[in-house]
Design a binder for this molecule. Sequence first.
Ligand code: SF4
Ligand code: SF4
Length: 74
Amino acid sequence: MTVKGRLTIEKERCKGCRLCIHFCPKEILEDCGELNKLGYRPVHLKDQEACTGCGICALMCPDMIIQVERGKGA
Ligand code: SF4
Ligand code: SF4
């Protein structure tokens, strides 16, 4: 399997604004269903294989808590 993008999301800093979910062209980010220490519902990646590594989610996050590595782990 070739991994095109690998995400790291600092869930404890996520404020659940949903901007990343809204802008992901593959629609593979979602509410993880749990509260973090700040009392917000952070997001997680539901389909690693579908991630293209485009980086739009990281660009849109106002708190810059998403990091995207491209083309690693193949
Ligand atoms: S890198 Fe692109 S495809 Fe992957 S989760 Fe972020 S916006 Fe979606
Ligand atoms: S854009 Fe950032 S702060 Fe907002 S839900 Fe996504 S990861 Fe959390």
